[in-house]
Write a new protein. Structure first.
Length: 535
């Protein structure tokens, strides 16, 4: 009995310098700590580790399984308590008053009509899914992560898929509702933890929004921000019987993407549903009632809007803090090359957190779109497993939204001159963007699957546009014509290309080490780390 207990305490020990590292079944400790009765939870080692359990992580997991990773090789660590899901559902189906979408119905990869990966799927495929656990620190030189539960996780390859958030990059548990509103407070607005001020990034936010929305039915809702979160939330609030006012500093909604003509169409549509717009001004402060709830919104132009609830959609911040000072950053994200590989050759980044070379525009960009996260996830797996075969990620930016009965898609880049087409008083219209006389971007409202596909293909081909008036009159027909007769290859100044130099090639690594060896690596990392007082 005594012997068994000893074995449980320490299965072996390794000498490092003048000290010993004892390797327990679930813990590691030095001789000094052993004598003092201190034990630490032992680390685990995986070939592949993904930090973040959002869209990119879900699609990458699926791709790893397709690629035949062995049981026990892949680990996903996510701060969220649920398995990866299709985040765009939160501002659409999740907010419907009738038959709303709820998990498990929208786990990845249903967004692309793929297999729905419920938690059981990860288990069946030998993927370690560590949920509700934040990674507190990362050491890319030692290839280790430290979780909030005190566990050290070692990796051979790390994929950073931490996405972005509306708040400071702190653990949810360390964020009071007031701190969650820090982004507003950065603009000098104090929310005083008001329970009727809502954000929308994860399921917890969506649940809170649903509760507040349902309890204020018939009341006044103020939406701060005129981007897609603001637009989608405003539509949902209307559908849930709230009177909505949208406030934003720009002269139009969706200012980063829409032309004034396109914006005017959506604003008129929203107005026909009762939405009011207050443009060219910003929120300066809230008024609170005796319950601590916001009851009015004060604007810089001196006006006051009564409010039973507020929804804030004023942008996001990539979750890069684990890697600041360790990896090269650009455009606010982790800079990666066309293999999604960062400045450290064992670390890759995908999704909202990654700034990657968008070949078609010839620039490094960070995109906050679900399609980009899904495709980069697929690409990164092949780039890690078959680096020689995987080419450079060649992505055509794609973004979509659905509000009320409307639905639009956008491809490419909204740079240069614009030509609108179609019937802006009807159901189907769009726009083309031309840079140096080549088609670089396209937008379509109310299209069919074939029309959207034609537009995407035509945009990718970047044809030269000789006659803008002809383009306007042909409209969608132009896209179909182009894909039937693809243009000759592009001149270099229009094509763009990867802006990053590849690190040295990687080779597939297989976990052949046994338990003791893996534990020794973790123990060494732990001992070395403590010796260096890095964590
Ligand atoms: C409400 C909403 C609606 C959207 N609608 C659309 C749309 O209509 N069209 C479109 O193209 N895009 C849309 N998007 C954007 C799209 O969802 C994102 O681009 C996509 O989710 C990015 O995927 P990701 O995996 O990079 O990040 P996310 O899906 O955000 O996942 C990041 C994950 O990392 C976790 N994490 C972060 N830090 C840590 C840490 N230190 N330790 C452990 N875990 C951590 C987070 O908790 C989260 O689970 C929408 C986004 C939102 C919020």
């Amino acid at each position: 009995m005594k012997e068994k207990k000893e074995r449980e305490k320490s299965i072996t020990h390794v000498q490092f310098g003048s000290d010993y590292i004892y390797l327990g079944l679930n813990c590691i400790y030095t001789r000094r700590e052993k004598e003092g009765g201190v034990q630490h939870q032992m680390g685990r080692a995986f070939v592949y580790v993904i930090i973040g359990g959002g869209v990119a992580a879900g699609y990458a997991a699926h791709e790893f399984v397709q690629a035949g990773v062995s049981s026990g090789e892949l680990c996903i660590i996510s701060e969220e308590p649920v398995a990866p899901y299709e985040r765009p559902a939160l501002s659409k189906g999740y907010l419907l008053p009738e038959a709303p979408a709820r998990l498990p119905s929208f786990h990845c990869c249903v967004g692309t009509n793929g297999e729905r990966l419920a938690p059981k799927w990860y288990n069946e495929n030998g993927i370690e899914l560590i949920l509700g656990t934040r990674v507190k620190s990362a050491d890319v030189r030692r290839k280790t992560l430290l979780t909030a539960t005190g566990e050290t996780i070692s990796y051979k390859y790390l994929i950073v898929a931490t996405g972005a958030r509306h708040t400071v990059d702190l653990p949810t548990s360390e964020l009071t509702p007031g701190l969650k509103a820090l982004k507003l407070e950065e603009f000098g607005v104090n929310t005083l933890d008001a329970p009727n001020v809502c954000y929308l990034r994860d399921v917890a936010d969506a649940d809170r929004l649903v509760d507040v929305m349902q309890s204020r039915s018939g009341g006044q809702a103020v939406v701060i921000g005129g981007g897609y979160i603001g637009m989608e939330c405003a539509a949902s609030l209307v559908i849930n019987n709230l009177n909505v006012t949208m406030v934003f500093p720009e002269a139009q909604c969706m200012a980063r993407l829409f032309t004034p003509k396109i914006a005017a169409f959506y604003e008129e549509f929203y107005q026909s549903k009762g939405v009011k717009f207050v443009k060219g001004t910003v929120l300066t402060s809230f008024d609170f009632n005796s319950d601590g709830k916001v009851c009015a919104v004060n604007l810089r132009d001196g006006s006051k809007l009564p409010a039973d609830m507020v929804v804030v959609g004023i942008g996001i911040r990539p979750n890069t803090s684990l890697f600041e000072g360790q990896l090269t950053m650009e455009k606010g994200g982790i800079k990666v090359n066309g293999k999604m590989q960062s400045s450290n050759s064992s670390v890759y980044a995908i999704g909202d957190v990654a700034a990657f070379p968008v070949k078609i525009v010839g620039e490094t960009r960070r995109l906050e779109h679900v399609d980009s996260a899904r495709r980069a996830a697929r690409h990164v797996v092949s780039a890690i497993i078959e680096p020689e075969k995987a080419g450079e990620f060649d992505y055509l930016p794609f973004f979509y939204s659905r509000v009320f009965t409307l639905s639009w898609q956008f491809y490419g880049d909204n740079a240069g001159e614009v030509v609108h087409f179609g019937n802006f008083s009807g159901n189907t219209f769009g726009a083309y963007w031309m840079n140096k006389s080549h088609l670089v971007g396209s937008f379509l409202e109310g299209g069919t699957k074939e029309q959207y596909e034609a537009l995407a293909q035509a945009t990718r081909l970047k044809p030269k546009i000789e006659d803008f008036a002809e383009l306007e009159s042909q409209g969608l027909e132009y896209a179909f014509n182009v894909i039937q007769k693809p243009p000759s290859p592009l001149p270099a100044e229009v094509g763009g290309g990867s802006t990053l130099v590849l690190d040295k090639p990687l080779h597939v690594w297989h976990a052949t080490t046994g338990v003791i060896v893996a534990a020794s690596v973790a123990a060494f990392a732990y001992w070395y780390g403590r010796k260096r007082k890095r964590w």
